[in-house]
Design a protein around this ligand. Structure first.
Ligand SMILES: [Zn+2]
Length: 322
């Protein structure tokens, strides 16, 4: 049973907004484009794993995809969590192209792709850490802690997994699997854990807490690329000829190609929330859309049905990410 769906990651939306917001010749674009491609490949890989999990139709399974849970002073993120009354399974999903060589003597992973070798952060260490964080989260919220298992799931079926010369695949590296083997790993766990550890009532409580505590935290990506707010283009640009548009009689009008639009600002404001911060004032909106009229800005903001705090000139309009 799917308890929480996987949404499109906010990072992808942010990177797309950043590409829209920068001048086409901006020096950072060659850095941003490959990052976006990687994120999208990762998301597709996660969806491939979701597909495998969708075969677990029995009522005893609860699947939570993409959980971001608070644990002071920070958050932790779980790609997928399979919850049963007998055990819980954390999945760390990796989209890694090429050949992945595991060196258990040095606890390191070497990826070779297109003739280039690169070291990789040990994903087993990463998922082990998630196990500790999840245990702590359950403890903090006075939830029954079930036995917690974990797997690193390689989502791309074309990835070749191998052990370093002469080594046998041994714990903990037997925890790295291909997504097509996920269901057989789940049945293995089912035969190991037969005792009910979490009651039906407790399962409901856990579901409620996980869904309530999940939150998509806003983190600016501008600092990652050392891009300042001033470098983001202000104003509305024509989707046909890329010329700057003017606000005329409640529409956006392009003087160059005569295109006009009533809604051209909607994407731009969405981009503000993704790039700058998840709330905006009238004054900030005027700056970002490059318009002068406070009234126009007010009308635009009112049309977006955003949650507001404060009143009159100090009103702040909030965007909520889910
Ligand atoms: Zn135009």
């Amino acid at each position: 049973m799917l308890a929480k769906e996987r949404g499109k990651p906010i990072k992808i939306d942010q990177l797309e907004a950043l590409l829209r917001g920068l001048n086409k010749n901006h020096s950072k674009i060659p850095l941003i484009e490959p990052d976006l491609k990687k994120r999208k490949a990762g998301y597709n890989g996660e969806k491939a794993v979701d597909y495998q999990l969708s075969f677990l139709k029995d009522k005893k399974y609860m699947v939570f995809n993409d959980l971001k849970l608070p644990l002071a002073p920070d958050y932790f993120q779980i790609d997928s969590l399979l919850f049963t009354p007998y055990y819980t399974l954390i999945l760390e999903i990796k989209n890694i192209l090429g050949t992945l060589t595991i060196d258990s003597d040095f606890n390191q992973l070497i990826r070779s792709y297109n003739g280039i070798e690169s070291g990789f952060q040990d994903p087993v260490m990463q998922v082990k850490r998630l196990k500790l964080l999840l245990q702590q989260f359950f403890l903090d919220h006075k939830l029954t802690i079930p036995p917690i298992e974990y797997l690193v799931v390689i989502s791309n079926p074309g990835t070749i997994l191998r052990m370093s010369n002469g080594q046998d695949k041994k714990p903990p590296y037997d925890k790295i699997i291909h997504s097509q083997n996920l269901l057989s790993e789940v049945s293995k766990l089912n035969s190991i854990y037969k005792e009910e550890k979490v009651s039906k009532n407790e399962m409901r409580k856990i579901k409620r807490v996980l869904l309530n505590k999940h939150s998509n935290i806003f983190k600016s990506i501008l600092t990652n690329y050392k891009i300042s707010e001033d470098e983001i283009l202000k104003g509305i640009y024509c989707e046909i000829c890329a010329g700057k548009m003017e606000r005329v009689f409640g529409s956006w009008y392009c003087n160059y190609c005569k295109f006009y639009s009533k809604t051209a600002h909607e994407q731009k404001i969405e981009d503000y929330f993704l790039l700058i911060k998840p709330f905006i004032t009238n004054k900030e909106l005027r700056g970002f859309l490059d318009i002068y009229s406070r009234k126009t800005a007010e009308k635009i903001l009112a049309s977006l049905n955003l949650k507001t705090t404060g009143s009159t000139k100090g009103t702040i309009y909030h965007k909520e990410f889910h």
